[in-house]
Design a protein around this ligand. Sequence first.
Ligand SMILES: Cc1cc2nc3c(=O)[nH]c(=O)nc-3n(C[C@H](O)[C@H](O)[C@H](O)COP(=O)(O)OP(=O)(O)OC[C@H]3O[C@@H](n4cnc5c(N)ncnc54)[C@H](O)[C@@H]3O)c2cc1C
Length: 552
Amino acid sequence: MYQLLISFILSLAAVSTAAPVQNETRVDSAWDIIVIGAGPAGIIVAERMSKAGKKTLLLEGGGPSYWITGGRQKPAWLDNQQLSRVDVPGLYKSIFADQGNLTCAEHANAFTGCTLGGSSAINAGLFFEPPRSDFDTYFPKGWKHKDVSAAIDRVYDTVPSDDVYSQDDKFYVQSGYVAAKKWLVDGAGYANVDINKEADNKSKVFGRPIFDYVNGQRGGPVRTYLQDAIKRKNFQLQMNTRVERIIRNGDTATGVSAIVNGTAKVIKLASGGRVISSGGALQSPALLWFSGIGDPALRANLTAGGKLDGVSDWINNAEVGNGLFDNPNTFIELSNPSIQSYVHNYSNPIPADALAYTQHRSGPYSFASETSAFWDTLKVDNHTIGFQGTIDSSGFADWTSNNTITLNVYGTSGLFSSGKVELNDQYLPGPDNNVYYSDSRDGDAIATFIHSIFAKLDPKVLTPLNIPLNSTQTQIRDYITSSTAYTRGEVNHWSSSCRIGKCVDANTVVKGTKNIHVVDASIVAPLTVNPQFGVMIAAEHASDLILKLGKY
Ligand SMILES: Cc1cc2nc3c(=O)[nH]c(=O)nc-3n(C[C@H](O)[C@H](O)[C@H](O)COP(=O)(O)OP(=O)(O)OC[C@H]3O[C@@H](n4cnc5c(N)ncnc54)[C@H](O)[C@@H]3O)c2cc1C
């Protein structure tokens, strides 16, 4: 009865203004499945486990984010609205100026979300299906496109997405889109496509971005999968609960040790149960290390820092943390008198724009700021290297005049460089120095791409400001691989740090263990597109595999 009452209250929270109620005492029972981390992957895998009847506990270190989860941080212009800052797409970029309590500053040496929804609660919402070649080329047996296609369908069925984000069906802030289309479609021969309808084509394509918003508000797994899960009495979400380590008896997890409301607590697995780490590509490797699983070379340092207190043995798995990826990026500032930049303002939006959003979920605040995106590829030493450009509605750093927009160019799949997760002196996980351009072929390839699109750029359409249009390929390479405000920035698309077939097996079981899984961006290979869609596919597919395994 009590459980029914709790799930009733939780389901009310999904549709009304109430914050979700958490029953602290329930962490005392034993669980079939304990999922650590409520990012997109953790939410999806926990939803799938609970749907299959498993008694499932989802533990999130952070607190509420969206209004429906109890998130209440917001600017005054949203007073009287059932919206937190997280819900409003146009407030996306404010996270870089004021992180509130939404990011992992205390838990990771990099920018990433530590709140309900993980980084999907603070990201731009760009939602691009990876091309089939990503699965067929970069994923092992059991994870090819034919294997994951049912998972792709389920993500599409569950997570709404659209390129027409404004609820009045109009597009806003379009001068950058018009100029980019003139440059790339009319000038450089790019095909103008519906990006997700032609997901497999990533050669010379241009289009409007797709976002996973729901009715003009942030969407994603918190608004979809999680709302289904919290209606089930065999599912419990526990926020503000940070897992310190997985408790093992040799190769078998028996529970987790977590800080629940400031107190260390052991949460037990039921017999035959499984622990699934979904802490993201930086924090899942760290959690495995703190649980005594990883490269034995790390053990002395972890012991010295007290990180292995209570851990009596070590499981060798040198692939934990290996292969960390993020897109090497360059911001290119572009200007033209025809451009009208648009800067979303957290506290003082243009009154008409605030009204359009609060009354109709329309106008510039109904999207994060990206007006177009494009892709191309290049063959280098038998690798097909992918490139993506995303065009934003305003300038950046030294170039913020009203006629400036920013093109963010990334290298994507097929790059040669590969990094590692490393712990800093505070034992916080972050990227090592090899993530970007540690193989010089990457800088050359991205410079070739930028040089090729510059060759098609009529300065009457757009003029690049921080890289001269007539730069040689070598000059471009030297610039993009140097450290400036515009180059080598972290894109925060952390992935690939616990790869399938190396760190985990094809069923996502951590090698050397029986019932510990990693299901999050760590197991996703570098993709041709922004990662969240691929992370959701991986979580859906991993759920099928874990359910097939049954009890360990
Ligand atoms: C600023 C920004 C913008 C982005 N924009 C886009 C975009 O537009 N499109 C796109 O496709 N991708 C984007 N991304 C990337 C995308 O959001 C991530 O790839 C995705 O969220 C990764 O999902 P995940 O489930 O692996 O982990 P995460 O989203 O990192 O979630 C992990 C969760 O686990 C929790 N956790 C970790 N360790 C523990 C622990 N020990 N105990 C309890 N909880 C724990 C964390 O608090 C966090 O909530 C962006 C990312 C950032 C940071």
